[in-house]
Ligand binder design. Structure first.
Ligand code: HEC
Length: 457
């Protein structure tokens, strides 16, 4: 067991004792000075408070010394904190001795010493706070004018782009973390362990023990090892202040494992590991889930007149979302005829979902449907459609979901389907396709989901 460190950790608690006693001495001194009539006999109390304050300061200094032995503190701050703390203890006892007239020292009034003690307490305490929390601690949440007053930078954190396409992984995800949690000790002027983390060259150069980032090997990279050690370890980074949180660790790990690139965009990574997507969403508000394809399509705004025409031809027509340029269309009648289908050409570029389930769609009508280039989902179950009909839609450039359940297509169409590159999902229950045809399709297009059950949606 490490008894020094165990005791040392009580330092931040114990230091409140001298602060309290000395403050109390100052209050009593003030009262006896400014309200002489009311408070006459405080001198004894004041000297007791000074004595206790002095003793408590000595105790704090001793366990503070034990704590400092653990290392990891900014040396300069520690130096001043230590010597100011020791002076504080000495001066308190001196003030006590003068106040209780153990020594006579007429040239300095005890009141002046007490005022000086108060200043010393504040400065020592502030430095102590900086040691444990970092020198920014006090003003991190201060309003900008206050920060400016104290010469603190008020730069805003670089805003993250809202879409992952333009997000630079190092620049936007890794660097801000290093900046917040490592720059204080690893910058050009103060390179602890010989390590500078503020720029690509120095990161790659590493510290006095060599490289800290080994591309593709996070667990062997000292940079990652140091931030994942148990926090009680002497080697844990950062040695003071908050460590990296779970998402920051995950992002750093993934960044190193995927090659530690300094200029790659998020969209240039093949796939994000399990869980990272959710973390990016939660902590960085980045939606990396694949966007529905229709969000990538654009179309001119459809006029009210066109919408009316299509509705009059017997269709339900509605936008995919508020102000979305694309439309979802389905028939509101028992069946469609060529004229009705032709009216769809008024919204040629805007129709992206089309549902004509069981409406008597013929091969000829398929020719018209094949002229709607932004179709992504086409539902045609239970229609008299044959291989001829299917051939008309084989060029649709964005079609992803195609329902042909209950049509008359054969293996001939499976070949066509196999050559529609954007297609992801096809429904083929109760058609004329054979097992051989399906096997060939599966071999040709392993990525394609083929639905052969009654579930047609
Ligand atoms: C309060 C100061 C401080 C902060 C903040 C800090 N470090 Fe350190 N770091 C040190 C000191 C001191 C050393 C040298 C002693 C040692 O190796 O433990 C060091 C050494 C290192 C080393 C080893 C370099 C070598 O070659 O030996 C790595 C890696 C490291 N730090 C990474 C980090 C990372 C990553 C962060 C941010 C998460 C960080 N440090 C934050 C003080 C700090």
């Amino acid at each position: 067991m490490n008894i020094e460190l165990f005791l040392g950790r009580f330092h931040p608690l114990i230091v409140h004792l001298p602060i309290g006693f000395l403050l109390f001495a100052a209050v009593l001194e003030g009262l006896s000075r400014f309200y002489k009539d009311k408070f006459k006999n405080l001198d004894q109390a004041i000297s007791i408070a000074l004595l206790l304050g002095g003793l408590a300061a000595i105790g704090s200094a001793i366990i503070g010394y034990l704590l400092a032995g653990g290392g990891g503190y900014d040396e300069q701050t520690l130096f001043w904190h230590k010597w100011l703390g020791i002076s504080l203890a000495v001066l308190s006892l001196l003030a006590w001795a003068i106040k209780s007239e153990l020594i006579k020292f007429h040239r300095v009034s005890p009141a002046a010493i007490i005022v000086f003690l108060l200043i010393l307490v504040s400065v020592t305490g502030h430095l102590g706070g900086n040691l444990t929390h970092g020198s920014d601690y006090l003003l991190v949440y201060a309003p900008d004018p206050v920060k400016k007053l104290f010469g603190k930078e008020t730069v805003e954190k670089a805003a993250l782009p809202s879409t992952p396409d333009s997000l630079l992984v190092f620049q936007h995800l890794i660097k801000p973390t290093l900046e917040l949690k490592c720059y204080a000790c690893h910058n050009e002027t103060k390179a602890k362990g010989g390590l500078v983390l503020t720029n690509q060259d120095d990161i790659l150069k590493g510290g006095e023990n060599g490289e800290v980032v080994l591309a593709s090997h996070a667990t062997e990279s000292p940079l990652f090892q140091r931030v994942t050690l148990p926090q009680s370890s002497q080697k844990f980074m950062p040695p003071k202040g908050a460590g990296l949180n779970y998402s920051e660790l995950k992002v750093v790990e993934w960044w190193i494992n995927s090659g530690a690139s300094f200029d790659k965009k998020l969209s240039e990574y093949d796939e994000l590991p399990e869980g990272l997507t959710a973390l990016l969403m939660r902590d960085y508000h980045l939606d990396t889930s694949p966007r529905p394809i229709y969000d990538l399509l654009s179309a001119p705004k459809l006029s009210e007149a066109n919408i009316q025409d299509i509705a009059n031809a017997g269709f339900n027509i509605k936008t995919l979302a508020n102000n979305h340029p694309l439309y979802d269309v389905s028939s509101s009648q028992n069946g469609v005829d060529a004229g009705a289908i032709n009216s769809l050409l008024e919204a040629k570029e805007q129709i992206t979902w089309l549902n004509l389930s069981n409406k008597g769609v013929t091969d000829e009508m398929m020719q018209t449907i094949g002229q709607l280039p932004n179709l992504t989902r086409l539902m045609l179950p239970n229609n008299p459609i044959s291989d001829d009909g299917l051939s008309y839609i084989k060029e649709l450039p964005h079609l992803q979901i195609l329902n042909l359940y209950g049509t008359s297509i054969t293996d001939e169409s499976l070949k066509v389907i196999g050559e529609m590159p954007t297609l992801k999902h096809v429904y083929l229950w109760q058609t004329k396709v054979t097992n051989d045809g399906l096997e060939a399709l599966a071999k040709n297009r392993p990525d394609l989901k083929v639905q052969l059950g009654a579930d047609s949606e």
